[in-house]
Design a protein around this ligand. Structure first.
Ligand code: ADP
Ligand code: MG
Length: 644
């Protein structure tokens, strides 16, 4: 058929855009194990088309005056080996057929290809990725050797037929009388699949078809009729699905499987959500919400152009799947449906965005989801930690973005800590429960990863004195820390920043007190002299050199001055915001360290080498680059040679 059309009128023959061609390649190669999703995709497109016309008909009722009942018909022809799906939704005109079925409007196919490659190398399941991108319409080429789409846009007179074998291109022509006869009344779309001999044969079996439709469409809000062509005049019989909006049903009427199917329908995925929240809000604002949190982070979670993914309905009319302000940006991983009873239907989507009811819904939904997450943390910790690993960093953006929800977010935040050497995630509640008598602050250290942080010299003194230190390793931590001073009256305090009063409760200082005070004075003077030599040698590198209380085992560490930003924060700002200022750190020296004690009586040249080596060491431990690595190596070898 395609070949004929090509010969007949080359003007009407068009090539797929490059990314469609690539996508079709993937469809042909990767999806074989899950072929029946094609039906899910076609049914979902048909239902979307009905949703869109339902919305447009609010303003232009004439569009549906021929038949206000939206419906989908699915039927097969065993002799011709075809399967046809008909909807009386909004339809497509010629340009739309070309644009929507010939190109991929959604960006990210390139990213999909990259990730597919990576997934294959890691032995991961590329199917999961496809789910995130949604191959949509093109999934039908898994089972069909050619596909014909006849469509008339609601309100138009012309109708067109698009035909393709899913390889290089497609044709578009005016619809023939036979094609037109497939449409349900004057509008909508009829898609006929010429089923492949092997891969498509299943779908000529009644049972298989019935079961697949039941699985994929029970929750669809449009009636689906099986085995009757759309033009059947006599009664339509029973629809194959219950065609009631699942979110409107009471929770007790919905099974776990139905929730999961609905989730897969809206996400185009194959996974199971970690959290399902379903409720009907009554009172000052009324709405139903059925929301899910996926198991896996979407590939574009941190892409600023990522759109919202909760669908807004108003009294069961679909409004938008990208309503800004319906959800907070830091909740952008939540999927599902919110259906408002209070929002007006007869105003534009743009004006809806500024409706105060929308903000009330957002606030109420946020509170509920955070509460459900807190419950999940108690009820099923492994599931909660899966969530946290995937979305914790995004959620923490809410700490500075939404003051009103801060306390609730903090309740579900989890951090690694020195308590168990960074082995497991802790809540702030855990931390506060373990605070020492008289401890006023929540101590933390931030850096690239737990592995580095747990061995940081700066936390030695805290650990030795029994103070727990939290490890902050997400970039976003540096941003909320700038805005949020405290939690439950306890100040967040960086152990690498400014002066810290650890009290003088360690036993060694008590020993010092009873020492001969003359000896102590001379020790102090000798240390002073050493530190001032250090200061001279390192004057370009550091703002100050001073004795440390933070250290027990290491000879030195770096600290940010009280009037400068914390060191890791400064690094993050430099990368993220092109922040130029680089403050010099303070070098803290451990007076009790054997090396430092020896240096007090060492010659100037040795002190100079040691100062520079110690400085470089401090940088290395923090994972920072050395200004002059070859100098470092030279000095190191020299000292080793002398030592041997
Ligand atoms: P998606 O549904 O995610 O947009 P698809 O590949 O499933 O991607 O469909 C591409 C586009 O083709 C849809 O966005 C829609 O504009 C159009 N389309 C597909 N099927 C239909 C249909 N039955 N009626 C109207 N438009 C349709
Ligand atoms: Mg689709």
């Amino acid at each position: 058929m395609t070949a004929n059309a090509k010969q007949k009128d080359t003007d009407q023959t068009m090539n797929f855009s490059a990314d469609v061609a690539r996508l079709l390649d993937i469809v042909a190669n990767a999806l074989y194990s899950n072929r029946d999703v094609f039906l899910r995709e076609l049914i979902s497109n048909a239902a979307d088309a009905c949703d869109r016309l339902r919305y447009d008909a609010i303003e232009t009722p004439d569009l549906t005056k021929d038949n206000p009942n939206f419906r989908i018909h699915i039927y097969k022809d065993t002799d011709a080996r075809t399967l046809t799906i008909v909807d009386n939704g909004i339809g497509m005109n010629r340009d739309e057929l070309i644009d929507h079925l010939g190109t991929i409007a959604k960006s990210g196919t390139g990213a999909l290809m990259e990730q597919m490659k990576a997934a294959k190398q890691d032995g991961a399941d590329p199917l999961k990725l496809i789910g995130q991108f949604g191959v949509g319409f093109y999934a039908c080429f898994m089972v069909a050797s050619s596909v014909s789409v006849t469509s008339r846009k609601a309100g138009d007179t012309a109708a067109h037929t698009w035909v393709s074998d899913g390889r290089t291109g497609f044709t578009v022509e005016e619809a023939s009388a036979d094609d037109l006869a497939k449409l349900d009344g004057v509008r909508g779309t009829a898609i006929t699949l010429n089923l492949k001999d092997d891969e498509g044969a299943d779908f000529l079996v009644d049972e298989k078809l019935k079961q697949t439709i039941a699985q994929y469409s029970d929750h669809i809000d449009v009636k689906i009729f099986l085995n009757t062509p759309a033009q059947t005049e006599s009664g339509e019989g029973q629809p194959a699905n219950s065609a009631s909006a699942i979110w409107k049903r009471p929770k007790s009427d919905v099974t776990e499987e139905q929730y999961t199917e609905f989730y897969r329908h809206i996400t185009h995925g194959f996974d199971t959500p970690v959290l399902t929240s379903h409720w009907q809000a009554e009172g000052t604002i009324e709405y139903s919400a059925l929301l899910f949190i996926p198991m896996m982070r979407p590939w574009d979670l941190y892409d600023p152009s990522r759109k919202g993914s909760v669908k807004l309905y108003v009294r069961r009319v679909f409004i938008s799947d990208n309503m800004p302000d319906l959800m907070y940006p830091w909740m952008r991983f939540v999927r599902g449906v919110i259906d408002s009873e209070d929002l007006p239907l007869n105003i534009s989507r743009e004006n809806l965005q500024h409706n105060p009811i929308l903000h009330k819904i957002r606030s109420s939904v946020t509170t509920r989801v955070l509460k459900d997450l807190a419950k999940l943390a108690k009820k099923d910790e492994p599931a909660f930690l899966t969530f946290w690993g995937q979305f914790g960093a995004a959620l923490k953006e809410g700490l500075y973005d939404a003051h009103a929800h801060r306390e609730d977010i903090f309740k579900i935040c989890r951090f690694f800590s020195s308590h168990d050497g960074g082995e497991s995630l802790m809540s702030l509640e855990d931390y506060i429960g373990r605070m020492k008598d008289g401890q006023k602050d929540i101590y933390y250290i931030s850096g690239e990863n737990v592995e580095n942080l747990k061995n940081s010299p700066q936390i030695e003194g805290f650990k030795a004195r029994g103070y727990e230190v939290l490890f902050f390793t997400d970039t976003v931590d540096e941003f909320w820390l700038q805005q949020v001073g405290d939690y439950q009256g306890k100040t967040f305090k960086s152990v690498t920043h400014g002066d810290i009063d650890l009290g003088d409760d360690d036993s060694s200082s008590a020993e010092d007190d009873v020492k001969d005070s003359a000896k102590k004075d001379s020790d102090d003077q000798a240390l002073e002299a050493l530190l001032s030599k250090f200061k001279d040698i390192l004057q370009d590198e550091v703002a100050d050199v001073r004795p440390s209380k933070r250290l027990t085992d290491s000879p030195v560490c770096l600290i940010a001055a009280a009037d400068a930003p914390d060191m890791h924060m400064e690094r993050v700002l430099k990368v993220q915001q092109n922040y130029a200022g680089m403050h010099k750190p303070i070098l803290e020296v451990n007076p009790k360290h054997a090396l430092v004690k020896k240096l007090i009586s060492a010659g100037d040249e040795q002190v100079a080498d040691a100062a520079m080596l110690l400085m470089d060491q401090a940088l290395i431990i923090q994972g920072e680059p050395l200004k002059n690595p070859s100098e470092f190596a030279r000095r190191m070898s020299e000292i080793m040679t002398k030592g041997l």
